[in-house]
Design a protein. Sequence first.
Length: 320
Amino acid sequence: MKIKDRSKTLEEAYNRREFFMLSSLPYFQFFKAYLEASLEADLHSNGDITTALLNEHLPAKVEGKIVAKQDGVLSGIPEMKYIAKHGGVSLSIGKKMGGKKDGETFESGMSFEKGDMLFTVKGSPLKVLQLERTFLNILQRMCGIATAAAKFETAHAKVAVTRKTPLPFLDKRAAIDGSVLPHRVNLSDAIMIKDTHFDQFGRDFEALADSLRNRSYQGISFIEIEVLDKKEALLAAEMAKNLDLNVPIVVMLDNFVSKDAKKAVKSLQKAGLYDYVLVEVSGGISSQNYKDYDIEGVDVMSVGEITHSAGVVDISMKVK
């Protein structure tokens, strides 16, 4: 297929945000299982024995304020609501203090500052305290990833995350809240021909074309082909033109230094093949060097660092 609107085609292929919501059954099942495993690990067979020991001396109801101890970007509101419902406590969302959105209720993707109250949790001491660490562990990680993602500001190429993460659904949801693309959902969502595949059949593009020809691509978001040099980029794009499939084909410039990525894009344009593929750069891109890859003509850069190396945002709960 010839690509008429590159931005729209990329958005439709890479931004399956509807999948990363609790209303999506696979996402819900993953989150529910993760939550239950987290609670089981924390409570085990005897529950919170400390709070149970002191329970007769505690008030019937307590209030826990979840407060940011550093600046960040908020992610995980639906997940926090579900944890509260699952655990039998009530949860309310805080309001932004100061700035243009002063007094507005927090939403996913909004920035917060140190000292902002993000949520209030109310319930019995036993229920609130046994949920405290689970609330914070999930919230801190999701906010950490959203905060890391939001720091990538580009002029030309969009930013996407990868599957290099132990919690793919939650981490990609958080990345979306940080305004980057989630890339492919899973192994069944898109076809990605990587070196681990290519090396099994001698990097034979004719054999690859035979495999791709005369097939149905219903439900497939895109086809991506990892290439090692400019010559392979041209071969992949020529194949895309000749196949003329009804699904976008992406040429991934894998581990290219930025100057070689620029040369590859220019070669595709000069050969009249650029309009038949999307172009992704990947491999070794980080918060330190990503601007080198924000190249005119590159559609998207994938950055594993956002999910596999992001720190948490420091958030605490004070119970009264």
